[in-house]
Design a protein around this ligand. Structure first.
Ligand SMILES: NC(=O)c1ccc[n+]([C@@H]2O[C@H](COP(=O)([O-])OP(=O)(O)OC[C@H]3O[C@@H](n4cnc5c(N)ncnc54)[C@H](O)[C@@H]3O)[C@@H](O)[C@H]2O)c1
Ligand SMILES: [Zn+2]
Length: 351
């Protein structure tokens, strides 16, 4: 087991091991009193892991109430958010009770947003069950739902009180969902720790604990310095500006991890052409992305991507901050205009 302490506006612990869910109740009892635990999950994860968590919570003296959403990004919506708030109120959760998010980033973001606003904030525990949620979404306190006009347009900064990362749950992931998580690991490798590139070339299972630990060490250091995303935290958006526009262009049929993978290749190719980094950077990142089974080419033209970037972010006329690679393990933030963004996308798409 590896543990990490995050020191942001809230100080909290992350436990990383392969058998945590069955003792989730014990860990949660240590940080939260209260009588009721509201378990939030999706229908797929519910069938696989809820029972184990419910039993453990009950053994630790909690009354468990459960809210289940349909799996998938579309569930991260305002309707489910309100249903969940009313569910918490209907079950008379008090400020000493706890919301437990069991699932991937969709469940974590929705449950986190509800926990942060119900009674102006109740305790929140994240039990990530996807690689992406374990290395990224469950830590750092960004909560969100999507609005009709775009992704993550309503949300809060609200740190969890505890994160239990039980990576034995990854064994039941669809391969494509597992691969999505690899995109975020490559992101961490690119912005901060080249060694993650080497680790991703070896069999992953024996290194899982170490990989999650390294990714979350990077994220928690950054979050401790810039919780509200005004400076260094934006490094975590490497590949994401173009990635988000790919997601938007596809009407969210291309997953986040695949879109970010393509986004990382496009921005790195543009950076090579502009002399910010060497050819080897592009070769290494695109080889690794291909090796983990993720895509490297955009199904959309530069013009389409630019249009989606503009409408996704409602950015017309404004400058944006993008993350530019200088070497594997080193990136810098750069503020650019929208016309420079258009140019970057054009450079990054063409060979
Ligand atoms: N808050 C943040 O900082 C942050 C960071 C990155 C991404 N996100 C958000 O996270 C979401 C993506 O997260 P995700 O990739 O985990 O997607 P997800 O939550 O939709 O999960 C992907 C699929 O895997 C299934 N699943 C989950 N765990 C499983 C398991 N152990 N076995 C079998 N199936 C399982 C789910 O039911 C779902 O169908 C996006 O909404 C994104 O915006 C948030
Ligand atoms: Zn991401």
């Amino acid at each position: 087991m590896r543990t990490l302490r995050v020191k942001a506006s809230k100080t909290y612990d992350i436990y990383i091991a392969d058998n945590l869910l069955s003792s989730a109740g014990d860990y949660i009892r240590q940080i939260a009193g209260g009588k009721t635990a509201a378990l939030v999950t999706d229908d797929l994860v519910d069938q696989l892991y809820s029972q184990m968590v419910e039993e453990s919570l009950a053994n630790s003296g909690y009354r468990v109430v459960k809210f289940v959403i349909a799996n998938g990004e579309r569930s991260k919506n305002a309707e489910n958010y309100l249903l969940l708030l009313n569910f918490l109120a209907g079950n008379k959760l008090t400020r000493s009770d706890v919301v437990v998010a069991l699932g991937g980033g969709v469940v974590g973001d929705l449950a986190g947003f509800a926990a942060s606003t119900y009674l102006r904030g109740v305790r929140l525990v994240q039990l990530p069950t996807t690689l992406l949620a374990a290395v990224d979404a469950s830590v750092g306190g960004k909560t969100a739902i999507n609005l009709n006009t775009g992704k993550n347009q309503a949300g809060t900064f609200y740190q969890p009180d505890l994160v239990l990362s039980d990576y034995s749950t990854f064994k039941t992931l669809k391969q494509s969902v597992f691969q999505d998580g690899c995109a975020e690991i490559i992101k961490y490798g690119m912005i901060a720790e080249a060694m993650l590139f080497g680790m991703l070339k070896e069999p992953l299972w024996p290194q899982m604990e170490e990989i999650i630990y390294r990714c979350l060490s990077i994220k928690s250091d950054i979050v401790a310095q810039d919780e509200r995303d005004r400076g260094q935290r934006q490094l975590l958006n490497f590949g994401h500006t173009i990635g988000h526009s790919i997601e938007a262009c596809s009407n969210y049929t291309i997953t986040h991890g695949s879109a970010v993978a393509i986004g990382m290749v496009i921005i790195t190719r543009a950076a090579v052409k502009l002399g910010h980094c060497g050819d080897n950077c592009l070769n290494e990142v695109s080889d690794l992305i291909t090796n983990v089974g993720l895509p490297v080419t955009s199904p959309y033209t530069a013009a389409q991507l630019f249009e989606c970037a503009v409408s996704d972010k409602k950015l017309r006329g404004e400058n944006i901050t993008i993350v530019v690679p200088e070497a594997i393990g080193q990136c810098v933030l750069k503020e650019i205009s929208m016309s420079e963004l258009r140019h970057l996308i054009e450079l990054g798409i063409s060979n």
